[in-house]
Design a protein around this ligand. Sequence first.
Ligand SMILES: *Cc1c(COP(=O)(O)O)cnc(C)c1O
Length: 345
Amino acid sequence: MAQSVLTIDLGAICANWRALAAMNAGETAAVVKANAYGLGAAQVAAALADAGARTFFVAQAEEGVTVREALGPGPTICVFGGHMQGDAALLRDANLVPMINSIDQMLRHVETLPGHPFGIQLDSGMNRLGMEPAEWSALRDIALSQKPVLVMSHLACADEPSHGMNEFQLQTFRQMTDGIDAPRSLAATGGTILGPDYHFDMTRPGIGLYGGLPFVDAHPVVSLSIPVIQVRDVNPGESVGYGNSWVARVPGKIATISAGYADGIIRAMGPKAHVWAAETRCKIVGRISMDLIGVDVGPAKEIPETVELLGRHQSVDTLAEAAGTIGYEILTSLGSRYARKYIAA
Ligand SMILES: *Cc1c(COP(=O)(O)O)cnc(C)c1O
């Protein structure tokens, strides 16, 4: 079998959720947008609901429908993108709570779904989503009279604890919301780690659940095992892969493994990335192809049947470093061709 196996440890995801929940006194929600960062929204949301999570966040209404099907009627499912044109039936039928981002969205919401629950997203400085202070002042009294279920904002620099933007956004959010009755939320994973000033009534971790930085103490969640298709000896002067970009200087042993950039293994990471053959770190050599990668398994004790790209030896953040990106992009790039195996919580 040439199919790679992506193993997702639902128990580790639940343990990470509990660890993040233990850091704050309020409610801890779970962000499961982008198919739970590529790991399977239905499976992940169901496991987290069993672990005690009661509120889930997605980016778009369509994602919310998938999560609702997995969870049934109980839990609250919130949509960061708010109430977009054409969303009313989805929001109503799947009982989703849009985070209203603008006066336009507010008008659309009260016109098409009067009485349907909603939250408010405020922009405290990131300039991405949410109402700015002036817009909020104009709408505030009317919006609050409709009893939003949550008033939230998002931090731009929470993964850098000493960044001045954190304190600036905290003060802005306070100025915009102090004294209101509605529950408030500012922190994702990074903000949860910044400490109690940032917690308010609810935290919204995503990446920390899935084992990524900035939650340094996270349990690893994913492992990726890739079969070796063929092994060959190369002599000094022989090249490997497209463009002859790698040339052997000493006699070597090259394993061709069954995954490539079509599986989300970012081509640009080739020159810096490694895989593991049992306990031995082996260099990727030559260009990453669509479905295949060359690996120098010369240093390995035995010729491996499979190699590990993610797992015990190598985290999503180590791999992200080699690719010049972040763990979030490694996870959300994980390919659809992998066999996904779930370890039950
Ligand atoms: C993605 C997202 C989160 C979760 O962020 P992490 O850094 O993955 O914890 C929380 N809130 C909003 C608004 C988001 O877009």
